[in-house]
Design a protein around this ligand. Structure first.
Ligand code: ZN
Length: 637
């Protein structure tokens, strides 16, 4: 056991309590400061995990150490004897069913180390060991452990899928391997010298997990081939997709050798399912996204993330590269793996373009600004967000698209964004965890244009400045044309769309589901009120109003409950029908409750939002090479 050693056990699953014991074998003479992170890497929001810590006490044989809270996340221990063993014990309340914290009941346990393991200030670089213990009671006898934490050597070391002792080389590694425990199902495949396992919790029996493994294997292989075209080796020898199925969740969080995913039961394939549903494609896209992060953000990082400062916000303008490029490649990898065809892929791209164009905020905030302010804007969205911010995920993915197309067109397919990814991988990623000495490990805030030039020979400084640091719309139509693709407007289907999602990780799924819903109701809207709406109490609530749209100009605000249109009862269906039959410029009277007061609003309707498609216009060697590329660096004809 290491000098810093933890023990964690579910002491009361019904009360959602883990008990954690920290033993410092060689307590120093002066005070010991311990603390918990304020945020978890990959989710850029202050969460203050210490708020779920209870009953923290210190003990030592022969002394009575005192514990004093220093601030929201730190404790100081003093009055102990030096050079002997000091123990800290506390409980963690775990009832957050997300990928970001911890969750425990009698059906399973899940935790991220950032929620449960206090660090010893100043000793974060030391190796640590941890005993993961089974909850007491016969009903937990069949529980197993799924984690990529490395088992400790020797007799106490945990067996595969077992409770027992694990060991990491430092605190950063300890908290980068989430742990799932319970009676889960698993299905695996081997690609790139790596054993991949899908670990499924909470789904019951009617899931075709073999199908998931079959579909994910070529996606993983495509990503390995992108980064390591010669060696074809994954960066790790074991990788876990820790998947929790819930009635209505969606999200993922990346780690160095695993990902935690939450999806809905309906998104997963069932035995006998033939074609992939939109929900299942969305799940594969999510898994592809998090797997791509194994290279891009877990090893290739913004320089400011090395090392992470988990005590406060860590600002970078580069999330459009780390999340945006990942969002570009997640679906592109599905295409290259053959999981979706050209038409399905171009449809996904069209949806992403329309998502960006639907938000007036894109004309105010650049993707670089969106990255920097992720902590207070993107992760804390409200009714004003569509008017004031742009997504560094979605617009960032389109910046990646534009850069990739520009590089490919200018070099006649001899170079691509893949070359830029590979160069960053070779410079900073490949040896990230093995060579910790030396200076900056990662991409500097202003270094990207130079990296791109080194990888491709092209100077795209002006394009990067305009597309990632500017707010003008991207020149999609011009850039796709050489690829035999037309970017064309089509009439939008349906009313003004459903409620937006406040969960950043949910944004993509909501888009896909909204898209599916729209496709099922082809009635094209004839006019628009310029607001996002949702059903509430049998009427229609305004979720957010476009700043200069008809609803906002008439005085309607987020939260207003529209109960009548032109004197008739308003429901989601009746609003949709009324808008489908109206024309731009028509008047519409709405009665709505604001809080308790009934108010009347007179709207002058606007033209419906235009949507777009990417249509193939003819054969193109550039397009074939882009969408089917397997061997990199080869010029097409
Ligand atoms: Zn991501």
């Amino acid at each position: 056991m290491e000098r810093i050693h933890y023990r964690i056990r579910p002491i009361d699953p019904h009360a959602h309590l883990f008990e954690v014991t920290l033993r410092i074998a060689d307590a120093p003479a002066d005070a010991v400061v311990i603390g918990l992170p304020a945020w978890i890497p990959g989710s850029y929001m202050i969460r203050d995990f210490s708020r779920h810590v209870e009953a923290l006490v210190a003990s030592q044989r022969g002394s009575e150490p005192r514990v004093r809270k220093l601030d929201k996340s730190h404790w100081r221990i003093e009055g102990h004897r030096a050079r002997s063993s000091l123990t800290v014990r506390y409980r963690v309340y775990a009832w957050d069913l997300s990928v970001r914290a911890a969750h425990l009941d009698a059906t399973h346990g899940f935790f991220n180390g950032t929620s449960v393991f206090v660090f010893v200030a100043g000793r974060e670089r030391e190796p640590v060991s941890v005993d993961i213990e089974r909850p007491a009671g016969a009903r937990f006898a069949r529980w197993r452990v799924a984690t990529t934490l490395p088992p400790a050597a020797g007799k106490a070391g945990a067996a595969l899928w077992g409770f027992g002792r694990y060991r990491t080389s430092d605190y950063d590694e300890l908290v980068d391997h989430p742990v799932e425990m319970g009676e889960f199902r698993t299905e695996g495949f081997d690609v790139g010298g790596c054993r991949h396992e899908i670990v499924l919790t909470g789904a019951g029996g009617r899931v075709d997990l073999e199908r998931v493994a079959r579909d994910l294997a070529p996606v993983c292989a495509a990503q390995i081939a992108l980064f390591e075209p010669t060696r074809k080796r994954a960066p790790v020898s074991r990788y876990l997709f820790l998947t929790m199925a819930t009635p209505d969740g969606y999200g993922g969080l990346e780690h160095r050798a695993s990902t935690a995913l939450i999806c809905t039961h309906d998104d997963l394939p069932w035995p006998g399912m033939r074609d992939a549903t939109d929900g299942y494609r969305g799940f594969l896209g999510l898994a592809s996204h998090e797997y791509f992060h194994t290279w891009h953000v877990k090893r290739i990082k913004p320089a400011v993330f090395d090392p992470y400062d988990l005590g406060r916000e860590s600002h970078t303008s580069l999330l459009w590269i780390f999340e945006g490029f990942t969002s570009y490649y997640d679906d592109l990898m599905l295409r290259r793996a053959g999981v979706v065809d050209d038409a399905a892929y171009l449809k996904l791209l069209g949806k992403a373009i329309d998502r960006v164009l639907a938000g007036p905020g894109r004309l105010l905030q650049s993707t670089a600004e969106s990255s920097f302010d992720a902590w207070t804007k993107y992760y804390r969205q409200d009714e004003n967000s569509p008017n004031s911010i742009v997504s560094y995920y979605v617009k960032g993915s389109l910046v990646a698209l534009c850069l990739d197309l520009e590089i490919r067109a200018k070099t006649r397919s001899r170079r691509s964004l893949d070359d830029v990814m590979r160069l960053m991988w070779q410079r900073w990623g490949r040896d990230f965890y093995s060579s910790r000495a030396g200076a900056a490990h990662g991409l500097g805030e202003d270094a990207f244009a130079a990296v791109l030039k080194d990888a491709t020979g092209l100077d795209l400084r002006d394009e990067i400045a305009a597309w990632a640091y500017g707010v003008d719309d991207l020149p999609i139509a011009r850039l796709v044309a050489p690829f035999g693709i037309a970017f064309e407007p089509v009439p939008a289907g349906g009313a003004d769309g459903g409620a937006g999602s406040a969960d950043p990780r949910g944004a993509k799924a909501v888009t896909r589901r909204a898209g599916a819903r729209r496709a099922a109701t082809p009635a094209a809207a004839g006019a628009s009120i310029g607001a996002r709406t949702g059903a509430r109490d049998g009427a229609v609530a305004i979720v957010s109003a476009d700043r200069d749209g008809p609803a906002a100009r008439a005085g309607l605000s987020a939260g207003d409950l529209v109960i009548a249109i032109d004197g008739m009862r308003c429901t989601e269906a009746s609003l949709k029908t009324a808008l489908a039959r109206a024309r731009p410029g028509d008047r519409m009277t709405m009665h709505a409750f604001r809080r308790h007061a009934l108010m009347r609003f007179d709207l002058s309707l606007a033209a419906p939002r235009v949507e777009h498609v990417l249509r193939v216009t003819g054969p193109s060697a550039l397009r074939r090479h882009w969408l089917e590329e397997r061997a990199p660096g080869r010029g097409a004809a």
